[in-house]
Design a protein around this ligand. Structure first.
Ligand SMILES: *Cc1c(COP(=O)(O)O)cnc(C)c1O
Length: 386
C-alpha cells in the first residue's frame, strides 16, 4: 500500500531512517485499553526492550501504561520518559549491584528475581540501604512456545527463571530474608507467539502452581504473565493491530485469578512492532549468477532481526510501479548474513528507489549498532509530516 507513506517528504531525507506511524501506535494502544475496560485486575506494562525511542515512550506513558525494564539503563529511560517508579517492574537474569541500587533508590514496584543467588544479593543491598525490596519470583513454567528457538524462554533448558522443582527451596530461603517482601510470581514463555494455546498452557500451569501454594496458605497478590504476543510480519496492512481480544480472552477464560490478585502483562512487540518501518534507498542493482541483488543503504546494523533470528520482514519498493521482479535484498555490511530477504518480489528496482522494510518497530532501532562505523539511522514520525 503505497499511500501509507509521505513519499514527497521522504525524498528530502537522508536514508536509511526509521519511520513511525504514531497514529497506528495510538490505535494499537486504544485497542488494548478497549480490552482492559472493566478489567480492574489487569495491568499492562510496556516492555521497554522492544523500542526505547523517546517519542514512542512518551505516547505509551501518556496512555497510562507501566514499564517493564531489563536493565538500569531502561529504568533511567523509563523515568526520563515520565513513567512512575510505582509502575516499573525490573526483570533480567543478571542484575548488577548498581542496577539493584537504582531500583531500590527509586522505589520501583518490583524486582522479578531469577535465582536464589540474586535474591540474597538484593536482600543484602536493600538491608544496607535501609530499604525493603518488593520481589516477584520468575518461574520457568516449562511450557514450550511455538516460536523461534532464540526467543523461546519458558523451557527447562533456557537460562531464564527459577525451575518449578526449586520453588519450595526458594520459598524457604525467602523466610530468612528480612529485607525482601515477596509479592508475586512472574512468567514469560517467549516472544512472537501467535498460537493462543501456548498462553493457555501457561494459564493451566499457573493454576496448578496457585492451587498448590494456596493449599499451603500462601497468598500471591501479583501474577505477571510476561509478554510474547506476536504480530503478522507477512501481512502488516491486513492485520496492523494484533488480536488483543483473543489474547486477553485466553487469560480471562483460563486463568483462575483470585479476587485479591492483580494480573500484570508485559507487552513489547505487539505494541510497537507494526508502527515502525525502516526506509532505505537502493544503491545498486547487481546482476549475480542466476539472480539479481538489490543492494540497499540499510544493513544488518540498522535492523538485525533477519540476521539474528532468520526473521522475514515484508519488503516493498515504494517508489516504483513497474512489473514485479525477483531480488535478493541485501545490505552493505561485510557479512554474508547481511540479507533482508531472498527471492523477494519487488516492483522493478532502479538505483535511488525507496525500499520499505515493514513491521520494524520492535527490536529494530533499539538493536541498531554502528558496526562498520556506520552511523545510527534517524527516526521520523508520521505526525511531523502534515
Ligand atoms: C522480552 C520480554 C518481554 C516482551 O516480549 P514481547 O514478545 O516483545 O512482548 C516481556 N517480558 C520479559 C521478561 C521479556 O524478557
Amino acid at each position: 500500500m503505497k499511500g501509507k507513506f509521505p513519499l514527497d517528504q521522504f525524498s528530502s531525507l537522508c536514508t536509511p531512517f526509521y519511520y513511525y506511524d504514531t497514529g497506528l501506535l495510538q490505535k494499537t494502544l486504544d485497542a488494548i485499553k478497549q480490552q482492559l475496560k472493566g478489567q480492574e485486575q489487569f495491568r499492562v506494562h510496556y516492555a521497554m526492550k522492544a523500542n526505547v525511542n523517546p517519542k514512542l515512550l512518551s505516547i505509551i506513558k501518556d496512555n497510562g501504561f507501566g514499564a517493564d525494564c531489563v536493565s538500569g539503563g531502561e529504568i533511567s529511560a523509563a523515568i526520563l520518559a515520565g513513567f512512575s517508579p510505582q509502575e516499573i517492574v525490573f526483570a533480567g537474569v543478571g542484575k548488577a549491584d548498581w542496577e539493584i541500587e537504582l531500583g531500590l533508590d527509586l522505589n520501583i514496584f518490583c524486582f522479578n528475581v531469577e535465582s536464589i543467588a540474586e535474591l540474597r544479593v538484593i536482600d543484602e543491598i536493600a538491608q544496607v540501604m535501609g530499604k525493603v525490596a518488593r520481589v516477584c519470583l520468575r518461574i520457568n513454567p516449562n511450557v514450550k512456545a511455538n516460536t523461534h528457538a532464540n526467543i523461546a524462554t519458558g523451557q527447562a533448558e533456557n537460562k531464564f527463571g527459577i525451575a518449578l522443582q526449586d520453588l519450595d527451596k526458594v520459598l524457604g530461603v525467602l523466610t530468612e530474608l528480612k529485607s525482601i517482601e515477596f509479592i508475586g510470581l512472574h512468567f514469560h514463555i517467549g516472544s512472537q507467539i501467535l498460537d493462543m494455546s501456548d498462553f493457555r498452557a501457561l494459564c493451566m500451569r499457573i493454576n496448578e502452581i496457585m492451587d498448590a501454594l494456596e493449599s499451603r496458605g500462601i497468598r500471591i497478590p501479583n501474577l505477571n504473565v510476561g509478554g510474547g504476543l506476536g504480530i503478522d510480519y507477512d501481512h502488516p496492512n491486513r492485520q496492523s493491530i494484533p488480536d488483543f481480544e483473543a489474547y486477553f480472552d485466553v487469560y480471562d477464560t483460563h486463568l483462575r485469578l483470585r479476587p485479591y490478585q492483580t494480573l500484570h502483562f508485559e507487552l513489547g512487540r505487539s505494541i510497537v512492532g507494526q508502527c515502525g518501518t525502516l526506509i532505505s534507498k537502493v544503491l545498486y542493482v547487481k546482476e549475480g549468477v542466476n539472480k539479481e541483488f538489490a543492494i540497499l543503504d540499510a544493513g544488518m546494523n540498522d535492523l538485525i532481526r533477519p540476521a539474528l533470528y532468520q526473521a522475514a520482514h515484508k519488503i516493498e519498493n515504494i517508489t516504483s510501479q513497474e512489473a514485479l521482479s525477483s531480488y535478493d535484498v541485501v545490505g552493505p555490511v561485510c557479512e554474508s548474513s547481511d540479507v533482508f530477504g531472498k527471492s523477494v518480489d519487488l516492483n522493478r528496482v532502479s538505483r535511488g528507489d525507496l525500499i520499505a522494510i515493514r513491521s520494524a518497530g520492535a527490536y529494530g532501532e533499539v538493536m541498531a549498532s554502528q558496526y562498520n562505523c556506520r552511523p545510527l539511522a534517524n527516526s521520523y514520525f508520521s505526525d511531523e509530516f502534515i
